[in-house]
Ligand binder design. Structure first.
Ligand code: SF4
Ligand code: SF4
Length: 426
């Protein structure tokens, strides 16, 4: 990687602490990813993106800002990237997946909070995330209790806007969601200095849909009896989708999908025959949280699908723009896509998620389901009980795991995962 210290200094970063983070990432990446055998060549691009995660992409974002564009940060897939893009902005998912940022988060937040929130806020407090230092606005949302209160803390140290979200999938809930969408449009128009136009929004919808379509195409290849790509590599590609340039991502992911499809034709599998297939469901898995996928895929199983916000919930549905002829109608269509089709445990009830897990387990030929939740994530932990009963009624084995970003419980996790995988063979 080139020397970006001057750029980071210009962003007001804590250079000494950031150097420690930069030193830790490459060996961790090497140990998790580069020890895998027979990776598709198309993964070279995604390796490079991670190697340059605080370099090249930040340089591009700063060039965009120099041309008058804005950078919008988000922590949730309810925040509509189509609208940001249509207003000439770039949206970046703020990672929040590293243990490195948790202690700084705990300086201003209770310890008994999910690591994703602590790491997210900690990245800003410690001034060691160049994405956070580059954003013109963070769009938070009233989803779980932890996040909605954390935005109050973040608001004191970063430009923050909070989208109000409903708790129920009712008509009153949709009315609130639609109103929040209109308020967000007004806020983003103010921040970017641009107005939404029909053509601009239509084009942005098509760009984001292309990104979702290529992720779907990649996931389709994991349905094959001989899986052409590891769950770890697919996880990495999905994570990159949240902050890479959309068109470049589509082109690189398409090349990777073609390679995976070719592997299926020639019968090239990445894991030996008999390897157990697992569906992972639960809380989001953001960069650089690769912990449980690594343990699963070195315990005699392969992850074939993720039902979570960095997996199918992000890309499975499209915006139905047919018949829309005004900006308002396009925003309606976007609102329906997000509200109707994303099944987050912050909603009650949330039966759509269990339906999705059962459907996906069948489509991807999963032998079992792992409910993977971050510690202190109450909504998903409570939901596990209903999910367990539903899966039991469908005859699908289920393992519930709760963990954070620290490595201390890896041995215990491995023991439980190995026992689960072994039980699937009986
Ligand atoms: S789990 Fe819920 S709150 Fe978290 S990113 Fe997904 S939709 Fe948003
Ligand atoms: S994982 Fe759970 S507690 Fe953490 S931010 Fe997401 S919904 Fe909130």
């Amino acid at each position: 990687m080139a020397d970006y210290h001057k750029m980071w200094e210009g962003l007001g970063m804590d250079l000494a602490t950031h150097d420690q983070l930069c030193a830790a990432l490459p060996p961790a990446f090497e140990q998790v990813f580069l020890t895998q055998k027979d990776r598709p060549q198309g993964m070279d691009y995604f390796n490079m993106v991670i190697a340059e995660v605080h370099g090249l992409r930040i340089q591009e974002l700063l060039e965009h800002k120099a041309r008058g564009g804005k950078i919008i940060g988000s922590f949730c897939i309810y925040v509509p990237e189509e609208i940001v893009l249509a207003l000439g902005g770039i949206m970046v998912g703020l990672c929040a997946g590293s243990e490195f940022w948790v202690p700084a988060g705990e300086q201003v937040l209770p310890r008994s909070l999910c690591p994703l929130i602590k790491a997210g806020i900690g990245a800003k407090v410690s001034r060691t995330c160049p994405y956070f230092q580059s954003v013109d606005l963070v769009v938070g949302e009233n989803t779980c209790d932890g996040k909605k209160k954390a935005w109050e803390v973040l608001g004191d140290i970063a430009p923050t806007y909070v989208m109000d979200l409903p708790n129920t999938k009712s008509s009153a809930g949709f009315a609130l969601f639609r109103r929040s969408m209109a308020d967000l449009v007004a806020k983003l128009e103010e921040v970017t200095g641009n107005r939404l136009t029909f053509d601009g929004l239509l084009s942005a919808i098509e760009t984001v849909d292309r990104k979702r379509a290529v992720l779907q195409r990649l996931y389709e290849t994991r349905k094959a009896p001989k899986v052409p790509i590891s769950g770890l590599d697919m996880l990495l590609a999905s994570q990159v989708a949240f902050y890479d340039d959309a068109d470049r991502f589509v082109s690189q992911a398409t090349a990777l999908a073609e390679e995976c499809e070719e592997r299926i034709k020639t019968g090239k599998a990445i894991f030996p025959g008999g390897t157990k297939r697992l569906l992972v469901t639960g809380t989001p898995i953001v960069v650089p949280n690769w912990k449980v996928h690594k343990i699963i895929e070195t315990s005699g199983a392969v992850v074939v699908v993720e039902e979570n916000c960095t997996g199918t919930r992000y890309f499975e549905s499209r915006v139905d723009k047919s018949g829309a002829s005004t900006v308002e109608e396009l925003v309606d269509a976007i609102s329906h896509r997000y509200f109707d089709r994303i099944h987050c445990a912050c909603f009650t009830p949330n039966e759509g998620r269990a339906d999705d897990v059962v459907r996906l387990a069948s489509e991807y030929g999963a032998d079992g389901v792992v409910g993977l939740n971050l510690s202190f994530c109450t909504t998903y932990q409570v939901e596990n009980e209903k999910l367990r009963k539903r899966l039991q009624s469908e005859g699908i084995p289920f393992l519930a795991l709760e963990t954070d970003y620290a490595s201390g419980d890896e041995g215990q996790l491995r023991t439980r995962i190995e026992a689960f995988v072994e039980s699937l063979g009986r």
